[in-house]
Design a protein around this ligand. Structure first.
Ligand SMILES: C[S@@+](CC[C@H](N)C(=O)[O-])C[C@H]1O[C@@H](n2cnc3c(N)ncnc32)[C@H](O)[C@@H]1O
Length: 263
């Protein structure tokens, strides 16, 4: 496990060799919906944007391509360096302990980040304070209740799902965070809260299904070590994920947005 601060760790911040690919496949699944929602805000030239917990930076790149000034931050800035020639300022930054970059941003966006952090209210307040009055904070996190559901496969991959989320919960992860983001925004003093949700039907043996396989592979040492899953159960789950005869509902991604009120 990788530790970001004394009190918190990020469950995926390890030496897992396929982490770069896992992040890329996550972008494949979720970027189109994020682009729709950020595009609807009118982001473009003249906007200043903070992409927090930017991962590999696909959304930071998308914002820059729209003509916005972009600051992209993450615990792991090395995965973002490729953006520095594209009008994106890249900063190594720990949301749990560092003040956000100064900027009076028009837009602050964090996807699949808040759900990993233990001190969500404090981090949300700091991100809200980085907005200019009238600026928008967009949090995108998942609600995982729907994951792997299918009407003809009661309990499909249920043991693997429970083991994975148990492992992640130990690191502070909240599997229902998406539905809690609106309250985080209100608690940070923001107004005009809006929420939307989206999900996908995923078919086995596709790049999208591989995102789930890499998720289980990444967590395998911890799940097997804790005795939450047996090796043969993991192998069976990976085979199901690779089988084109299977399909399932993804998690639900919640986009929650709100504005900083005028003083
Ligand atoms: C699941 S990835 C999502 C990446 C990207 N936002 C996306 O949606 O493609 C979570 C990201 O949050 C970053 N992260 C985790 N804890 C963090 C912290 N305390 N401060 C800053 N970034 C953090 C990780 O390094 C990782 O890049």
């Amino acid at each position: 496990m990788g530790y970001s601060t004394a009190e918190a760790c990020y469950v995926f911040d390890t030496g897992f060799s396929d982490e770069e690919e896992r992040l890329r496949l996550g972008e494949l699944l979720w970027d189109p919906g994020t682009a729709d929602r950020l595009g609807a805000l009118g982001v473009g030239p003249g906007w200043s944007c903070l992409e927090a917990g930017a991962g590999r930076g696909s959304i930071a790149a998308w914002l820059a391509d729209r003509g916005a000034q972009v600051v992209a931050t993450d615990l792991r800035a090395d995965r973002l360096r490729h953006l520095t020639g594209r009008g994106v300022t890249v900063l190594a930054h720990d949301l749990l302990s560092d003040a956000p970059p100064a900027g009076g941003f028009d837009l602050v966006h964090a996807r699949l980040v808040m759900q990993h952090l233990p001190a969500r209210a404090e981090v949300t307040a700091r991100l809200a304070a980085a907005l200019r009055p009238g600026g928008v904070l967009v949090l995108e996190d998942t609600d995982t209740a729907s994951l792997f559901s299918h009407p003809d496969r009661e309990g499909f991959l249920g043991r693997a799902k429970r083991a994975a989320y148990r492992t992640m919960a130990v690191a502070g992860y909240d599997p229902r965070c998406g539905l809690r983001d609106a309250a985080l925004l209100t608690g940070a003093g923001l107004v005009d809260v809006r929420t939307e949700a989206r999900a996908h039907v995923v078919t086995g043996g596709t790049p999208q299904s591989r995102w789930y396989a890499l998720w289980l592979r990444h967590l395998a040492p911890a799940m097997l070590g804790a005795g939450d899953l047996e090796a043969h159960e993991l192998d069976a789950a990976l085979a199901e994920l690779d089988d084109p005869a299977n399909s399932w509902l993804s998690q639900v991604m919640i986009s929650a947005s709100a504005r900083r009120p005028a003083p």
